[in-house]
Design a protein around this ligand. Structure first.
Ligand code: NAD
Length: 291
């Protein structure tokens, strides 16, 4: 990597805390090196207290842009000049683009999820999906699915602190798109069974299934699934959650969150460089194999 860096190399950041565990720097730098692009991607430990200064620094250093992750995604918008429609609807930003001094905030998580479906020959457009979750990942998927033309979305969440956010997402989708969207209590398992029965796809987008909730599933048992249902999970560690294992046993096509991770990165990469990542190479590096 040192051999790649010259006086022309431009900087792209990642502002989050904690962040040292992130696989984004390795992923982006691998893609730059493979394509011979003169950029470097570095992770910076930035929290809400240092975020405003970090964004000022990005401007002053004329950085190409940055990714933004927790705890800054819902806070950074106020320091930027413009937000994409999806970022406005989600109230969150994961990518900053420095467009000749104008800082534009985007959210690429939802685009990444939708692109991972397409890449796996799953076509949910014009169809009904059911999704569990109301946090950052779920909201981004729900908004992008509605913007892309999914016909109907049934959202399930427990009545925790995320419930009001789910109600707001429903309102935002209804007032900005033609998508039919409804919100239900995830504890109402009979309603979940009913909504899954005529859904093309089920998306799991809560933290249930990864540490500290590893081994647990938002769907109680495999009688909720039928072989035609496609079941996806945003989680990629573990690669196969209890939910995906159960869905596979029921004969469903399944997909974990690695594709979403790759394609949210690719969408940001494209915004910064005007080029896509070398996707097939990246899939090999990240060991992404569809079932
Ligand atoms: P978040 O903290 O914003 O939201 C957490 C969600 O989990 C909420 O909907 C909450 O109600 C729900 N939840 C928490 N505990 C629960 C329980 N016991 N029972 C039922 N629901 C419960 O988190 P997030 O950023 O939206 O992340 C959610 C998941 O998506 C995580 O597992 C994360 O790893 C994954 N994720 C994946 C990608 C990717 O690129 N593949 C990107 C972002 C997040």
């Amino acid at each position: 990597m040192a051999e790649r860096i010259t006086g022309h190399t431009e900087l792209i950041g990642l502002m989050a805390y904690p962040i040292r565990h992130s696989s984004s720097p390795a992923m982006h730098n691998e893609a730059f090196a493979t394509l011979g692009l003169e950029y470097a991607y570095l992770a910076f430990e930035v929290d809400n207290d240092t975020l405003e200064d970090a964004v000022k620094g990005l401007r002053a250093l004329k950085m190409v842009g940055s990714n933004v992750s927790m705890p800054n995604k819902t806070v950074v918008g106020q320091y930027l000049d413009e937000l994409s429609p999806a970022a406005q609807m989600c109230g969150a930003v994961n990518t900053i683009v420095n467009d000749h001094g104008k800082l534009i905030g985007h959210i690429t998580d939802g685009v990444g999820y939708m692109q991972s479906l397409k890449d796996n020959n799953i076509d949910v457009i014009g169809k009904k999906m059911t999704i569990a979750g109301a946090g950052g990942a779920a909201k981004a998927i729900e908004v992008q699915a509605a913007l892309d033309g999914v016909k109907e979305i049934s959202i399930f969440n427990i009545k925790d602190k995320f419930w009001p956010a789910a109600e707001k997402t429903v309102e935002t989708i209804r007032s900005n798109t033609d998508c039919i969207v409804n919100l239900y209590d995830l504890d109402d398992k009979e309603k979940l069974r009913e909504e899954l029965a005529d859904s093309y796809l089920f998306a799991q987008a809560t933290g249930v299934g990864m540490k500290p909730l590893e081994g647990l599933s938002v769907v109680p048992d495999k009688s909720f699934f039928r072989p035609e249902l496609i079941v996806t999970d945003t989680i990629y560690s573990p690669r196969e959650t209890a939910l995906l294992k159960m869905a596979k046993e029921a004969g469903c096509k399944t997909m974990n969150g690695l594709g979403m991770m790759l394609f949210q990165g690719d969408a940001a990469f494209y915004l910064w460089t005007g080029q896509h990542m070398p996707i097939e190479h990246m899939k090999e590096v990240l060991d992404i194999k569809y079932e």
